[in-house]
Design a protein around this ligand. Structure first.
Ligand code: FES
Ligand code: FE2
Length: 398
């Protein structure tokens, strides 16, 4: 028999009751990110032929160069005096990238120092270099594998979200589908990458969206919260790859109004086929959102402590040129603003920023008091703790 309210052990206000933190230690240690995973780096169109762009993933400075339409990734830090090669792109041949400062020139395939502009017989040549990273392009996005040099690189496919139970597959396009067209944005946001991922999948936060322009415009019956209750409403795939936690909407009684609290939702249209998964490394996969036939992807890429790169993509199957034109027009005129920016996802950004002080400066990881609906978040934490292929060290140890 369950205890009545009065018999329950009281919880001290603003004090936690002793969480078994050790059981998730790798998760709590991963403030700089997780290692040996594929992350989105830039859109393909952001790196033109013979251009060099510099980005940061999990503290790692990475340069991206396109040569003969192939993408190469390397540590964006010259071995001579440490400047970023991307600060002034210098591409003298199709096989190399050069430092703009004193002309150290590196082979794109293995990063070896292959020449120096004014010192062609220099004894350093062939004896040092910059490390290179595996890089691939899928659906117009460049992915880079950030991790140990000697790590046996898994296929990119293993880190791209999918749904593990084919018998329950519903139609919603995937980035890697032949006809998929992916359109979206990425931006640097305040917030620990873990908090961002947790908030993306959080079944309890949905009430912040009840007055969103997107929800009202599409008359979507989005609940005030979805009481997940373990096995009946969560599917944890921790056998094969990709690793994922999925929330089943068919076993959930969504809360649409609370008379006692004078709060209710506004939309009437039940979202068909909506399914939410959170996957490794840090990917939200929302099937049939914002409308059936569209999939929304989000990545929360660790950049440096307290910041993440927020990636948002909408993917639609577009087998013909007319389909592509149509989806592009709708993306530019409707979806980018209404779904990815101020009509919806900017509310998520506001919430993430609001959490940051508590977790970053005020011992929030110890002080938080999770509730029933945070089961989804706890499963994500377990998944990272158990299955992340490594924990990223601080930048000065890279
Ligand atoms: S700093 Fe790069 S060549 Fe000198
Ligand atoms: Fe949200």
């Amino acid at each position: 028999m369950s205890k009545s309210k009065t018999e329950k052990e009281p919880v001290k206000k603003n004090k936690r009751r002793g969480k078994p933190k050790k059981s998730l230690q790798r998760y709590f240690d991963a403030e700089h990110g997780i290692r040996n995973h594929w992350w989105p780096a830039l859109f393909s169109h952001e790196v033109a032929e013979d251009d060099v762009k510099g980005i940061t993933i999990a503290g790692e400075r990475i340069g991206l160069r396109r040569a003969n339409d192939k993408i190469f990734a390397f540590r964006d830090q010259c071995v001579h005096r440490g400047v970023r090669l991307s600060a002034q792109p210098t591409c003298l041949t199709k096989e190399t990238v050069s430092c703009w400062y004193h002309g150290f020139t590196y082979n794109l395939k293995d990063g070896m120092l292959s020449d120096i502009v004014a010192s062609e017989n220099d004894p350093l040549i062939g004896r040092t270099g910059i490390r290179v990273f595996p890089a691939e392009e899928v659906g117009g996005v460049i992915f880079v594998f950030v991790g140990d040099e000697d790590f046996d690189t898994p296929p990119l496919q293993d880190d791209l979200p999918t749904y593990p139970d084919e018998s329950k597959r519903i139609h919603s396009p995937r980035l890697q589908d032949d006809d998929a067209l992916a359109l979206g944005i990425h931006r640097k946001c305040i917030g620990d990458w873990r908090l961002a991922a947790e908030s993306g999948g959080d079944p309890g936060h949905i009430m912040i969206h009840r007055k969103s322009a997107l929800v009202l415009a599409l008359d979507t019956a989005l609940s005030l919260g979805e009481p997940v209750s373990g096995e009946t409403s969560l599917l944890v795939n921790d056998k094969g790859w990709p690793k994922s936690v999925t929330k089943y909407n068919d076993n959930i009684e969504p809360v649409m109004h609370r008379e006692e609290l004078n709060i209710h939702t506004y939309g009437k249209r039940v979202p068909e086929g909506l399914r939410v998964s959170l996957c490794l490394p840090s990917t939200l996969f929302v099937e049939n959102w914002p409308l059936p036939g569209i999939t929304q992807y989000e990545w929360y890429v660790p950049v440096e402590k307290g910041y993440h790169e927020y990636w948002q993509l909408l993917v639609k199957d577009c087998p013909t040129e007319m389909d592509k034109e149509d989806f592009t027009l709708r993306y530019n005129t409707v979806w980018e603003d209404l779904a990815l920016k101020k009509g919806f996802n900017d509310d998520d950004i506001f919430a993430r920023e609001a959490m940051e002080d508590f977790y970053n400066n005020r011992n929030g990881w110890d002080e938080e008091q999770l509730f029933f609906m945070d089961k989804f978040i706890v499963e994500f934490r377990k998944m990272v703790h158990k299955h992340a292929r490594g924990v990223q060290p601080p930048p000065d140890e890279l």
